[in-house]
Design a protein. Structure first.
Length: 66
């Protein structure tokens, strides 16, 4: 089964591995949305995201860096 929007921690790990030179604190939600939808194995509906989900992913990504 592929990644879904609710797999916040797994998505954060994938983003950290695929975008190591990006500071997640300054990523725009539009870019974050595109990057998440572009992850290999991401299978959720792109329209099912929300600002809250994207914020949770961004916070998990920041925590992953620490």
């Amino acid at each position: 089964m592929g990644l879904r929007w609710t797999d916040v921690q797994d998505i954060a790990i994938e983003l950290d591995e695929t975008h190591p030179d990006v500071d997640p604190q300054y990523v725009r939600f539009t870019d974050l949305h595109q990057w998440v939808c572009g992850i290999d194995g991401f299978e959720d509906d792109p329209e099912s995201s929300s600002e809250g989900i994207l914020e949770a992913i961004q916070m998990a990504w920041i925590d992953e860096r620490d």
